[in-house]
Design a protein around this ligand. Sequence first.
Ligand code: B12
Length: 462
Amino acid sequence: MAGKPLRVLLISANTEKLPDPVFPIGAAYMAAVAVNHGHTVETLDLCFLDALRPALDEKIRLTQPDVVGISLRNLDSSSYPQNTSYIDDYKHLVGALRELTGAPIVLGGAGFTVMPTTIMEYLGAEVGVIGEGEMAFPWVLEQLATGTPFASTPQFSCQAVNGGVCVSPVTRIKSLDTTGIPMRQRFDMNAYYQRGGALNIQTKRGCYFECVFCSYPLIEGSKVRMRTACGVVDEMQALRDEFHIRHWFFVDNIFNMPIRHAKDICEEIVARRLDVEWSGYLNPKFMDDELCKLMAASGCKAIEFGTDSGAPTMIENLKKEFTVDDLRSASALCHKYGLKFCHSLIFGGPGETRQTVTETIALMDETKPTAVIAFTGIRVLPGTGMVEIALRDGQIDADDSLLYPKFYISPNLADELIDQIEAYARSHSNWIVPGKGIKTNIQVLQKLRERKIKGQLWRLLH
Ligand code: B12
C-alpha cells in the first residue's frame, strides 16, 4: 500500500425493509477489500436505526474517519403507484456528514451505478465508483492517502463531475475467486438473519440478456463471470459452522444460467451434506429434470422466476429470450419436484393491452405458482431500451434525469390496468402487488419473522 493507512467509515445507506431487510453484501465486500489493503474499517448501517443523527454523530466522533464510503443499493422501491424514493434520505445523509466531518465521501453500489453522474451532481460527493468496487475502491483510497489527483490510467477511467470524480474500472474482474469474500461480521448478520430470514451470497456476476427495461447488464456487465462451486460452498460452510447460518438467497441475476454452473453448486452442497435452505432468481428457459432434482436435494425452498409476462407478444416486446412453453415446462418441473415457485410479473410494458393482460393472468391460473408478484408499470432507468420507448410514447421528457422515478405504462391501458390487477389480486390470495400495498404489510411480515420463519415469506401463500 502506498500512503498511510486510512480510517475508513463505510455506511450502508439502505433502510428498505420490503420484501425483507437485505444484508448489505456489497458494503461487506468493500469492508473486506479495504481491510485487505491495510486500512482500518468501521461501519454504520442505517437499516435498523431509530434516528440517523445521534448514531452518525457518535460514529464520527469515535472513528474520526479519513474517508467515508457510502453504499447506495436502491434509488427507489420501483413500485407504482405506491412508491418510495430514497434519494432525499441520501441527500440528508451527505448533508449531515458535511456538518460533522471534512472527510471526502466516496459513493458506490448498484443504485449509484445505475445513474452515477446524476447522483454525483445531486449529492455532491468527492468520488463515485461505478460498478464492482474490488479493484477501484483500493485505488481510490490510495489516491486519497497519497494526495494524488485523480487522472485516468490504463486500469481506471476518471470523469470529472460536479467538482468530484467518477471512477470506473476499464475492465471487469476476470476471476471472481480472487476478489475475497464479504466481511459480513462488520455488519449485524444476526439482525438480518432474524429479521430478513436469510443471508445473501453471490456465485457469479454479469448477465448477457438484453431485456428492454433491465439495468443488470449495465451494473454487472454482459459477460457472465463465475466463481467455482467449491469457493461458493466453502463460504456457505464457513458461515454455517461459525455462525449457524443455514438460509441463503443467491443474489445472481440468474442463478441457473449457465445451467452447468448451477448444477455444480447444488452438487457441491449435496456432496458436503451442508443442510442449508436457499432461494434465488431463475430463468424458466434453463431448467431441466436433473437441475430440479439437484435443487430440491440441495435445499432449494423457493424459486423466483423473472417471468415479467405470460403473453407471447409481451415476452417478445420486453425482449425476453424464453417462450410461454418454457414457462409451462419450468412450472411443471417445480410441481414435480415440490419446489415452491413464484412468477414475478411486470404489467404495462410497451404494447400491453387488455388482451395480453388476460393472457398472462390465464397462464398464472394454468401454471399454478405458489405466488405471483405483480408490478404495474416499468421504472424507466437510464441506459436501458425503455428510455427511447418512453420518449416515443411521451411518458418522459428528453431532459428528465430519472433520478426520481418515472414509470412507463402502455398508453393502451394507463390507470385502468392498475384497477384490473388490483381487483384480480384482491380475489386471489397468492397475488402480491407492491404498488398497491397488497400483501406487503410490514408489521404482518415482521410478525412472521418473530415466529422464526425463515426463507421467502411468499412461500406461505396459497
Ligand atoms: C438480488 C437482488 C434482490 C433480492 C435481494 C435478496 C437478498 N437477500 O439479498 C430481492 C429480490 C429481495 C431484491 C429486492 C429489492 N430490490 Co433488488 N436486486 C437484486 C440484484 C439482482 C443483486 C443485488 C446484489 O446483492 N448484488 C451483489 C452485490 C455484491 O453487489 P453490489 O451490492 O452491487 O456491490 C458491489 C458494487 O455495487 C460495489 N459497491 C457496493 N457498495 C459500495 C460502496 C462503496 C463505497 C464502493 C466504492 C463500492 C460499492 O462493490 C460491490 C462489490 O463488487 C440487483 C441487480 C444487480 N445486478 O445489482 C437488484 C437491485 C439492487 N434491486 C433493486 C430494487 C429496486 C429492489 C427493490 C426496491 C424492489 C422491490 N420493490 O421489491 C427491493 C428492495 C429490497 C431491500 N430491502 O433493499 C434495484 C436498485 C436500483 C433501483 N432501481 O432503485 C437493483 C439494482 C435492480 C434494478 N432494478 O436496477 N433485490
